[in-house]
Design a protein around this ligand. Structure first.
Ligand SMILES: [Zn+2]
Ligand SMILES: [Zn+2]
Ligand SMILES: [Zn+2]
Ligand SMILES: [Zn+2]
Ligand SMILES: [Zn+2]
Ligand SMILES: [Zn+2]
Length: 354
């Protein structure tokens, strides 16, 4: 019990973004993040913000609330009291308390997960967590929780969602970005659903509709489906993972993605971005041409991303480097002296793209 309160305090006491946190890459060199005015990087060590991992749970929850609001996943958000319609992520924290039986006095072993798949029984959620490698389980205060937080920054940058977080957009750029965000929410954004093979809620709905042909009749919730019941332990189901093409065990949870249709499913460790190969954080995916992508890679498959400030470019007038990198015109400049990169500057250090 004491343990869990201690852990909760720890996550509340994080420093706000853009200040304080030391660089995880430059241990001992950078003592604290100092934001560059537009590069999303630290002026002390030039590493990205995510390498300093300075965000807090409340910031992450606001960002996720903004992402999922006005989408078909709005049920994963809640209105902020007095927040004028603002929505925040209803992040599903999971606290598991196990009695320790080896001693005379009963003590409890508590594990807190910063996030767990929503809408599951605890038993299924634990099975899901056990399938993840330990360093990626979002247990509060561990390496896995830090991995989750860094992936939230990496895969779902706030400046891919909110024009107000971008640096000096023109009115036309802000408008183009707002349309871009609206259309990815309508066409691509999804949140994976964890279930046993063949047991996804919506796939059962589909089957029920097909059976009675109307879909308006009350669904018999407990009607046994042909496969994947809890009884047949360890058996292979007839379902194959869309990523590794191996069979999924019928007693082991898998991930479904509504946008991909319920014929496809993934092993939890196979639910990854096709571009960067990272586990899709909090199961948030973007569906494009038959592939799962993280937010970052979906967005930059449609718009160029500036190698200077890391924002998407909504102007048609931008700089294209010989190396294929894109830059806002005013960001095509040296880290050190600010001179344009079209001419060689006298600085010894090479400019470092974020
Ligand atoms: Zn650094
Ligand atoms: Zn730094
Ligand atoms: Zn797989
Ligand atoms: Zn990716
Ligand atoms: Zn830029
Ligand atoms: Zn220079």
């Amino acid at each position: 019990m004491d343990l869990s309160t201690g852990m909760q305090k720890m996550s509340v006491g994080q420093p706000p973004a853009g200040r304080g946190a030391a660089c995880l890459t430059c241990k001992g060199i950078c003592s604290g993040f100092q934001p560059h005015s537009w590069r999303k990087a630290c002026v002390v060590c030039r590493c990205s913000q995510e390498e300093h991992a300075p965000s807090s749970d409340s910031e992450d929850d606001r960002k996720m609330g903004r992402l999922l609001a006005d989408s078909r996943y709005a049920h994963l958000t809640a209105k902020v009291k007095g927040g004028d319609g603002l929505r925040v992520y209803k992040r599903n924290r999971m606290i598991i308390t196990n009695p320790v039986v080896s001693r005379k006095d009963p003590t409890f072993n508590t594990i807190t997960y910063d996030w767990a798949p929503p809408g599951l029984t605890q038993k299924l959620a634990i099975l899901y967590m056990e399938l993840l490698p330990e360093e990626k389980r979002p247990v509060t205060g561990t390496e896995g929780a830090l991995y989750r937080r860094r992936q939230l920054m990496r895969q779902l940058p706030v400046y891919d969602q909110d024009p107000a977080q971008c640096h000096r957009l023109s009115e036309a750029e802000a408008k183009a970005m707002a349309l871009f965000v609206k259309s990815y929410k309508e066409e691509a954004l999804g949140v994976g659903e964890v279930a046993l093979p063949g047991e996804a809620r919506a796939s059962k709905d589909d089957t029920a509709k097909q059976k009675d042909g109307k879909g308006s009749q009350d669904r018999q919730d407990s009607s046994p489906t042909a496969n994947g019941t809890l009884g047949d332990c360890g058996k292979k189901s007839e379902y194959r993972c869309d990523h590794c093409k191996e069979l999924a065990a019928s007693d082991s949870p898998v991930v479904y993605a509504e946008r991909a249709g319920y014929k496809r499913l993934w092993h939890p460790t196979c639910f990854v971005c096709a571009e960067c190969g990272e586990a899709l954080v909090d199961l948030v995916y973007f569906w494009k041409n038959g592939a799962l992508l993280c937010g970052r890679h979906y967005c930059q498959s449609l718009r160029p991303r500036c190698a200077g400030c890391d924002e998407l470019i909504f102007s048609e007038d931008y700089q294209q480097g010989a190396d294929g990198l894109a830059w806002h015109k005013e960001h095509f400049c040296c880290w050190q002296c600010g001179q344009s990169l079209s001419a060689q500057c006298s600085c010894s250090s090479h400019p470092r793209p974020v």
